[in-house]
Design a protein around this ligand. Structure first.
Ligand code: MSP
Length: 658
């Protein structure tokens, strides 16, 4: 019999910058779902990829002085690029699509042409607002406080000849789809979509689907100068990656319609309104579901490069292990709502759930089996007692409870079921007190064997269910607790008592070491500070003056070359240096300058500098300063930098600069 099939996708990511924990969140969730379905016996297609066209990419490439293709190649396939990140995070995708792949580009051209030919795409003129980072068009009334309603950034005026998609024609069918089916989840997102975009003033607007103001996109082959709007290009990836309108793949019949598209909340609009409308226009079956998950913020703030608060999943995975990070994001935040990422929460979750609960259950069980039974091998004879049934009942029903939650994408609840069982097992250890039983051996041997066997079965079943979340660590737990491949399956997770009676246990490494919270927070803060600094612009210049100064006023400033005869630190000041200068008048001139941070006094003696000499004298730290030395100032990585203007020695002291 054919296996049941499951097709799941992540959004395809913009390779405009390094990905952060928010991107990894969605990808990890999709990976967990894909692994869970494979475990449950499905033939799974897990698609992810990159959305490589658009003005933002073209602009970023120009900034870096490379071609757009070189730019995206570096971020996708280069060192520490997206492919490396997914490898590190153990993402088991089956297919990776890049929208610059030739087969996708030509498929998009065919799709665009078909929609044009069937009358759903027509030529018009676009006038309105455009958000570059989101690649989104907005009408004036859709803006929030004059800014992009999705990301809150500035929008720019846009006016150009463009093609439009007749979205308005599909408004009724899309409304029906959203209101009367389970197409969009969580349900809480449905009203927002219908009220704001379909039943709003003016109704669902036709969508601008081509651009002429930049060239980095799929060319409209029948109208040179136009490139296809990135969202039309991007959304169809879910089908071209299966072979729609191309010969690269032939999995369309097998996997389309998709079972679920996981997407972040700000792109629900494209997936729940325009995507179904595009498919309706092409007469294609709709995906079964779009699930709009929440955002991960950092310390209560939206993660953004400019704020310097993006969390790098690579750094965290290296520090705490990939599995701990994968587990943390799904254990801590309900998938449908926003979550607030903090380092404290991460460490606390690792310590509580992984080191204390899971880690302890495994290490206590294996350590006791090794300690109390020769070579860690349990005897066959077992004697059950009262508390055993209670634990066993809980474990027997676990897979069902877990499955119910996983089917609803409620990862947090599914994990909660597993961890309630783990906590019960740790309590069972305290209730049965194996160390007390071990005091009277061999008399208590059969009872002790029963206790440890019950624990090992609990570990086994919990570990099967944790495998999609923490594949590597679960493999190690199975090794330690004597569960071979046949006992790691989905079916086996619904059956109690499958471990062989004389199971062989091998205590292994500590899987999740406890983390010293205070020390770790300090180190993370240091690392974040470094990251913030490196995100700052390399060189920051003072903006140029906008107010003009008339020539006569400017000429009143008397700039002179001055030679440093002596230079000393000013006592009790860490800022000031005291200069004794030859200004060509025959009388020494004293100037105080707040540059001690950048110069050693002795290094300046003998140098010729520039000073303005007709400023009124000023007192600083009780000393008179007759003028000011001229320096160049700028910021580098947020740090103030200063360089005195040092001129050629051939310029005599006192020469006027003009
Ligand atoms: N290229 C489009 C998607 C096209 S799909 C046909 C895009 N790319 S993106 O790189 O900007 O975002 C990809 C996904 O990452 C989106 O689902 C977005 O919601 C998600 N996230 C980006 N930042 C996030 C958080 N801070 N938290 C959770 N997810 C977030 O949109």
């Amino acid at each position: 019999m054919d296996k049941k099939r499951f097709y799941i996708t992540t959004p395809i990511y913009y390779p405009s910058d390094k990905l952060h924990i928010g991107h990894a969140y969605c990808t990890v969730a999709t990976d967990v779902m894909a692994r869970y379905k494979r475990l449950a016996g499905y033939d799974v297609m897990f698609l992810t990829g990159t959305d490589e066209h658009g003005q933002k990419i073209e602009d970023r490439a120009r900034e870096e002085g490379v071609t757009p293709q070189q730019f995206v190649d570096n971020i996708v396939t280069g060192p520490n690029g997206i492919l490396d990140l997914w490898k590190l995070m153990n993402i088991s995708y089956d297919r990776f699509i890049r929208t610059t792949d030739g087969y996708h580009v030509s498929a998009i051209q065919k799709i665009f042409k078909k929609m044009y030919e069937n009358g759903d795409i027509y030529k018009g003129a676009y006038k309105g607002k455009y958000c570059k980072p989101c690649e989104s068009f907005w009408t004036e009334s859709q803006l929030k406080d004059g800014k992009c309603p999705d990301c809150g950034r500035e929008v720019v005026n846009a006016e150009e000849e463009a093609y439009f998609f007749r979205a308005s024609k599909y408004a009724d069918r899309v409304r029906e789809l959203l209101l009367n089916t389970n197409f969009l989840e969580p349900r809480s997102r449905v009203n927002e979509m219908v009220n704001n975009f379909i039943d709003c003033e003016g109704g669902l607007q036709d969508l601008c689907v081509s651009r002429t103001s930049f060239t980095w996109g799929v060319p409209v082959d029948f109208d040179p100068g136009h490139v296809v709007y990135v969202w039309l290009d991007a959304l169809f990836n879910y089908m071209t990656a299966l072979g729609y309108q191309n010969d690269q793949y032939c999995d369309l019949d097998k996997f389309w319609p998709a079972d679920v598209h996981f997407v972040g909340k700000e792109i629900v609009r494209f997936h729940a309104i325009y995507w179904p409308a595009f498919l309706m226009s092409m007469g294609l079956p709709l995906p079964k579901k779009v699930y709009g998950h929440g955002w991960l913020n950092f310390n209560g703030d939206k993660m953004s490069k400019s704020k310097g608060n993006v969390v790098d999943p690579g750094i965290l995975a290296e520090r705490y292990g990939v599995d701990a990070l994968r587990f943390f994001v799904l254990r801590t935040f309900p998938f449908g709502s926003d979550g607030n990422f903090t380092n404290e929460l991460l460490i606390q979750t690792i310590n509580t759930d992984l080191a204390n609960d899971l880690g302890n259950m495994v290490s206590r069980t294996t350590a006791m089996a090794e300690k109390y039974f020769e070579g860690g091998k349990l005897p066959a004879a077992r004697q059950e007692a009262d508390p055993d049934a209670n634990l066993q009942d809980m474990v027997r029903g676990l897979r069902g409870r877990y499955e119910e939650q996983m089917e609803k994408f409620q990862f947090q609840n599914a994990l909660d079921e597993v961890f309630k069982t783990i906590q019960r097992a740790n309590k069972y250890i305290d209730e049965t007190a194996p160390w007390a039983l071990a005091k009277d051996m061999p008399a208590n041997g059969a009872r002790l064997a029963a206790v440890l066997y019950n624990l090992l079965e609990t570990v086994r079943i919990c570990t099967v269910l944790l495998t999609p979340f923490m594949p590597e660590s679960c493999g190690k737990i199975f090794e330690q607790t004597g569960a071979d491949a046949g006992l790691r399956t989905w079916d086996s997770a619904a059956q109690w008592g499958l471990l062989p009676a004389e199971v062989q246990v091998r205590k292994g490494e500590v899987l999740f070491p406890r983390i010293d919270m205070a020390k770790e927070l300090e180190e993370l803060e240091k690392a974040a500070e470094e990251a913030r600094k490196s995100a700052l612009p390399a060189v920051e210049l003072e903006p140029q003056a906008t107010e003009s100064v008339d020539f006569d006023t400017f000429c009143k400033s008397d700039f002179r070359a001055v030679k440093v005869k002596d230079c000393q630190r000013v006592k009790k000041s860490d800022k000031l240096l005291r200069f004794t200068l030859d200004d060509g008048t025959g009388t020494d001139r004293q100037i105080l300058s707040g540059i001690a941070k950048w110069y050693q006094p002795e290094d300046l003696i003998g140098k010729t500098l520039v000073a303005i000499v007709n400023l009124p004298p000023r007192k600083m730290m009780g000393l008179a300063s007759q003028g000011m030395l001229i320096s160049a100032v700028h910021k580098e990585k947020g740090e103030e930098c200063l360089h005195l203007i040092i001129v050629d020695d051939v310029i005599p002291a006192g020469a006027k600069l003009c």
